[in-house]
Design a protein around this ligand. Structure first.
Ligand code: SF4
Length: 481
């Protein structure tokens, strides 16, 4: 693979990996969660072995792939709009083939081909290795589809081709699927049962990244805390494993410690956690190693015990408070972020007040907040009426967002006067004279670039802030450099 530096529309330098001799052009774009962005890098790798190099120019593509999200109705509407755009481009580039990947492809299956005539190819999240065969089918003039979910596919044997990469930070997937069956969520239906990736293949991928100069990795999964390798197979079949398999099983805190000790100068992040699966042992590993970032994304969705039950979230409000208190005790400098849903079916004003008071207890650093969007096929979608009026949902969501904004200010102001370690990731959007990067707590920091460069670990003294950004000046290199 040769590395090519190109600028994207935002003027940022991107590192593209191209295979010499490949002549076909792939335009791939991703929507939704980090899992989709990581999967697109697996797809780019599979296709680079079949004659494709990536391009940033849609109009010159032989193949256009969109990795879709189905988490909310709005996400699906965004994809349909993109397909209209492709329609316009196809008029000037008739040889172009169009494929849809990801969760919406898995949810709609052949319906996608019926509803969207521009689509030639529908491929679910576990079927990317079948792409070369499916493309041959399309080249012979047929539509093609594979949406079979797998019990053991982890793409652990695929070396991802980094996309839109700054050459510094990278995603490394460690699990696929989810067994939790939260009643509002499509993921268990679109990504299948939970299975973990073989540890050695994870370590090999990180070694390759380290050798290429990457400085930070994010261990990725819908539910990283339930990572469990015992020789392959589904998480739910662990009870049937042999004593030897159980004795040598690798869980999340073991994997995290393995990565942190093997690559002491590599910064380690992970996402996403589920409170019901997070063990205290992981907190002690985070506290023990300076290169594991002090940030935990801990979705809660609601502060009401009654609604948590309706959502099939297997923890109570009190248990969540206990976990927060443990995090604050074991890792005092840890930042915590949230996911929240406003207006879940049957949500009362008191349930909403419970959400606000939970936020008051935690005072999250930042969060992702949405109104409930009914998803077809989910238990809530099948059994619960979407009975909270849209204007009530909107008012409650605004109150949650406003409270989060207040808490983000509070948490950002705690950094003023402190010195934080930052990995320089890019030129600041606001000024070419400034760099930006994130501190260990995953908060964006902006500072004058001086003679430093992208990829340096620097110590920045924080002078002021906004609700979401810390502003300061470099006081020197950090020990991680
Ligand atoms: S934990 Fe719940 S919300 Fe998260 S992916 Fe799994 S089912 Fe969806």
């Amino acid at each position: 693979m040769e590395k090519i530096i190109e600028e994207n529309k935002q003027g940022e330098s991107l590192v593209l990996e191209h295979k010499t001799g490949n002549t076909k052009k792939l335009f791939i774009e991703s929507y939704g969660c980090a899992m989709n962005f990581s999967d697109s890098e697996v797809v780019a790798s599979i296709l680079s072995e079949n004659g494709f190099n990536t391009t940033q120019i849609l109009e010159e593509a032989d193949l256009v792939l969109v990795n879709t999200c189905s988490i909310r109705d709005k996400a699906e509407q965004t994809i349909r709009k993109r397909l209209e755009k492709y329609n316009a481009v196809k008029r000037i580039n008739p040889k172009m083939k169009v494929g849809v990947l990801g969760c919406m492809a898995e949810r709609l299956k052949s319906q996608f081909l019926e509803e969207e005539k521009i689509v030639d190819l529908v491929v679910g999240p576990d079927a990317y290795k079948d792409l070369p065969n499916l493309l041959a089918e399309v080249e012979s003039g047929n539509d093609a589809i594979n949406v079979i979910l797998s019990k053991d596919e982890t793409y652990g044997d695929i070396s991802p081709v980094r996309l839109n990469s700054n050459g510094i930070t990278a995603l490394v997937s460690i699990t696929r699927g989810c067994d939790n069956m939260c009643t509002f969520c499509v993921v268990p239906f679109t990504r299948g049962r939970e299975r973990s990736r073989e540890p050695q293949s994870i370590m090999t991928e990180i070694t390759n990244l380290w050798n290429q100069g990457y400085k930070e990795i994010t261990l990725l999964g819908q539910n990283v805390d339930s990572y469990l390798w015992y020789g392959g197979g589904l998480k739910k079949d662990f009870e049937k494993a042999s004593d030897m398999q159980k004795a040598t099983a690798v869980n999340f805190d073991t994997l995290l410690e393995m990565v942190a000790t093997t690559f002491p100068k590599m910064r380690v992040r992970f996402s996403t956690s589920n409170p019901q699966d997070m063990h205290e042992s992981v907190l002690h590993v985070i506290a023990k190693y300076p290169n594991i970032c002090k940030h935990i994304h801990l979705p809660v969705q609601s502060g009401s015990d009654r609604i948590l039950k309706e959502m099939n979230r297997l923890h109570t409000r009190a248990e969540y408070f206990d976990l927060i208190t443990k995090i604050r005790t074991i890792i005092p400098e840890c930042s915590i972020s949230q996911d929240m849903i406003a207006g879940f079916p049957t949500e009362t004003e008191q349930d909403h007040q419970d959400t606000l008071s939970l936020m008051e207890f935690v005072k999250y650093n930042f969060g992702y907040m949405y109104s409930y969007s009914e998803r077809p096929g989910t238990l809530a979608g099948r059994k619960m009426e979407d009975d909270v009026p849209e204007e009530t949902k909107a008012r409650r969501l605004q109150e949650i967002v406003d409270l989060q904004q207040k808490h983000s200010w509070f948490r950002s102001e705690e950094f003023i006067g402190k010195t934080v370690e930052v990995l320089i990731e890019k030129t600041s959007k606001k000024s070419a004279a400034q760099f930006s990067g994130r501190n260990s707590q995953s908060i964006t920091v902006v500072f004058p670039r001086e003679n430093y460069k992208i990829g340096d670990f620097v110590n920045v003294k924080i002078n002021t802030c906004t609700s979401g950004t810390l502003i300061g000046e470099v006081v020197g290199y950090s020990e991680m450099n």
